[in-house]
Structures are given as structure tokens and as C-alpha cells.
Design a protein around this ligand. Structure first.
Ligand SMILES: NC(=O)c1ccc[n+]([C@@H]2O[C@H](COP(=O)([O-])OP(=O)(O)OC[C@H]3O[C@@H](n4cnc5c(N)ncnc54)[C@H](O)[C@@H]3O)[C@@H](O)[C@H]2O)c1
Length: 350
């Protein structure tokens, strides 16, 4: 797996990776990267002194700095993981790629499609990996869901529905749609292996935020398949659920259920060979069929995602969620913005 090309970074066993951003999510990267045998966590860059102090306590032997320029001066640095707020992704990823390092950047890739395209071009020119952290694509439960949907027994996909609600955490640079919906858009695109053709979106600012803290998106895929997404920072009921309804099966992914992450409902709704004679019997008809919870080997999605980054560097291949995958998600978000401004009108996705 390790290449032996002279001068290639993969000649050494370890990849030296730097981390940019040690806020809420960054410490998870620091832990995962420091646990991977093939990686040396070479440095942590964090602008906030208090957070940098916390990193120093936890990782006393790792180089610490406060600016991207300092991070990029670390000797033999091969790659950088960017876990900063969305609005900073583009300039930071650009600086990392321009310095000749591979980059894994948190979602969304950038806030403008021109910036996504510039990063994709720069990565190609520099012959470096540009990967976007769409973590759910590396979640064993979502992968199992895709497996179930591909089986003949699932039948034809009718629609997808995702709910991602909680109380915050409220972001200062983007609305709840840009913060949360990238997860569900990436999940839908991965499950269906295609991009939506149009989107319509509505949202409200119930918490007196300047940006929408609640959003409802409808995505239109080929053959009339609909994907619906509900995101909210203002709902005290935390839900992390994706449902796929097909002609023969219903598959549910529940990220909060550790014991039964995926459930397969063997009953479909297209059955027309028995006629219900009463409402009671109709309910029974709908409910019959087994509910199966397939065994899923436990694995940490963030670790799987970091492994994909490493392997794509080592094998010099495109990662599953490459720059183009990330740009497609941004295209949907931008079309959703346009739809929000137009009172929910359907917008074609270019
Ligand atoms: N995949 C997931 O499930 C998941 C979960 C949470 C967050 N995220 C993503 O991770 C990213 C970070 O989110 P967060 O919740 O940790 O945000 P955060 O605001 O808590 O942390 C970001 C940190 O980056 C630092 N920072 C920003 N610009 C910097 C710069 N130029 N140099 C050095 N440090 C800088 C800030 O000081 C802050 O501490 C976001 O893109 C978010 O969407 C992903």
C-alpha cells in the first residue's frame, strides 16, 4: 500500500499531519490522529489562547502555534486537517494547498462555488489530495443503510427523509441550514449515488438570530425521488434520523440508538393484493412484516474518515468525499439560499 516513489511522502511510515482549529470539534481530530499508528500529530494551530492552553495540557509533546503561517513552517509536514468555522475554510485550505500539502477540510468546503472550484483546481495543479469531511459517508450505519437499499428486497426508492434537531449549538457565521444540512445532503447523495436536480427551502429565525435557525429543505432527484430535510437549532428534542422508504422496505438510521443504529422494516406500502375491510384491519396490514436490526461492527466514523484521507494520500487516489463531492453539497446549499430568498420557490441546481 505504501508507495516507494523517490521523494514521495509515503516512503516514511508516518504521515506528519497538522491540525488547524481546536474548538469544539478539533479535539476529536487531535485524539483520532494521535491514535492512528500511521500518523504523527505534528502540530496544533489555534488562534484562541485559552483553547491553545488546553491543547498544550493534553498534547505536551506536540508543536503548538497560533497562525496558519506558523503551522505550515513545521518541518516535513505532509498534510493539514482544517476544523475551523465555515467562513475560514476557503482561505485556510487555499494556503495549505498552495504550500504543497494535502488537506482534509471540514464541511462545508467553502461558502461560494467559485471558491470550491478554485480549491479543486489548485489541488489538481499541486497534485495534492483535497478531501471534505462529510463524516456520515464514513458512518458504518449509513453504509449499511446503502447496502440495504441496494438489495432487491428493498424495491424501488420512493423518498428519503432526514431530521436533525437539537438546541444549538448556534453558529455565528452561517445559518442552521449551512451548519446542519450538509450532513443530510451528503448522506442523500451518497445513498442515491447522484446529485439533486432542484431544491426548495423555507426557514425561520425563531430565536431572534440574524440567520435562520430552523429550515425545511426538499431536494428533487431523478425519477421523482424526493429527499426532505428538517434542521433546527431550536428544538429541545434531539433527533438524528434518516429514513428511506422503498416499495418493499423502510430503512431507518438512528444515530442516537447505539444498540439498533439501523432498522429494516420489511413491510412495504405498495402491496395491493389484499383489500382491507376495516380501518383496524388496514392498520394491521400496514404493521405486519418483521423489523430487523442488522448487526453493525462498531467503528468510529471520524476514524474511518481519517483512514480514507491517509489511504487516498498513500495510494494517490481520489477520496470518496473529494473536492467535487464537497462542491456538489455547496451547490445545493447555494440553491437553497436562493429558494429561501424567493419564499421557498424551487431552484434548479447547476
Ligand atoms: N462532522 C461533524 O459531525 C462536525 C461536528 C461539529 C463541527 N463540525 C465542523 O467542524 C468545524 C469546526 O466546528 P467547531 O464546532 O469546532 O467550531 P468552533 O468555533 O468551536 O472551533 C473552531 C476553532 O477554530 C479556531 N480558528 C478559526 N480560525 C482560525 C485560524 N485562522 N487559525 C487558527 N485557529 C482558528 C477558533 O479559534 C476556534 O477555536 C466547522 O466547519 C463545523 O461545521 C463538524
Amino acid at each position: 500500500m505504501l508507495s516507494a516513489v523517490p521523494g514521495d511522502v509515503t516512503m516514511t511510515k508516518e504521515l506528519r499531519i497538522g491540525l488547524l482549529g481546536y474548538g469544539y470539534w478539533g479535539p476529536n481530530y487531535a485524539r483520532v490522529l494521535s491514535e492512528l499508528a500511521e500518523v504523527e500529530l505534528a502540530g496544533i494551530c489555534e488562534a484562541a489562547p485559552e483553547r491553545l492552553r488546553r491543547a498544550a495540557q493534553r498534547y505536551p509533546h506536540v508543536a503548538l502555534c497560533r497562525t496558519v503561517e506558523e503551522l505550515l513552517q513545521l518541518p516535513r509536514l505532509d498534510a493539514v486537517v482544517i476544523s475551523t468555522s465555515a467562513a475560514t475554510h476557503f482561505p485556510l485550505a487555499q494556503a495549505v494547498l498552495a504550500s504543497g500539502r494535502h488537506v482534509l477540510v471540514e464541511k462545508p468546503l467553502a461558502l461560494r462555488i467559485e471558491d470550491c472550484e478554485r480549491l479543486i483546481e489548485l489541488a489538481a495543479r499541486q497534485q495534492k489530495i483535497l478531501m471534505v469531511a462529510h463524516t456520515f459517508v464514513y458512518n458504518a450505519g449509513i453504509q449499511r443503510m446503502k447496502h440495504e437499499m441496494r438489495r432487491e428486497e428493498f424495491g424501488r426508492i420512493y423518498y428519503l427523509h432526514a431530521t436533525r434537531t437539537n438546541l444549538g449549538p448556534i453558529r455565528m457565521d452561517v445559518n442552521a441550514i449551512w451548519d446542519l444540512a450538509p450532513h443530510d445532503i451528503s448522506i442523500f447523495n451518497y445513498l442515491l449515488d447522484e446529485q439533486p436536480q432542484w431544491v426548495s427551502a423555507v426557514g425561520t429565525c425563531v430565536l431572534e438570530n440574524p440567520r435562520e435557525d430552523v429550515g425545511f429543505l426538499t431536494l428533487g432527484y431523478r425519477n421523482g425521488v424526493i429527499g426532505n430535510i428538517h434542521v433546527s437549532w431550536a428544538d429541545p428534542n434531539k433527533v438524528r434520523e434518516v429514513v428511506a422508504v422503498g416499495s418493499q422496505r423502510r430503512v431507518v438510521f438512528n444515530d442516537l440508538n447505539d444498540l439498533e443504529r439501523v432498522r429494516v422494516y420489511e413491510k412495504g406500502v405498495s402491496v395491493g393484493d389484499r383489500t382491507a375491510e376495516s380501518y383496524g384491519e388496514f392498520k394491521l396490514l400496514v404493521r405486519d412484516g418483521d423489523i430487523i436490526s442488522p448487526h453493525i461492527d462498531p467503528s468510529e466514523p471520524l476514524k474511518n474518515q481519517c483512514m480514507e484521507f491517509l489511504e487516498s494520500i498513500q495510494q494517490q487516489r481520489r477520496p470518496l468525499t473529494d473536492g467535487e463531492f464537497g462542491a456538489q453539497v455547496v451547490r445545493v446549499l447555494l440553491a437553497a439560499d436562493a429558494s429561501l430568498r424567493a419564499g421557498g420557490q424551487r431552484q434548479e441546481i447547476r
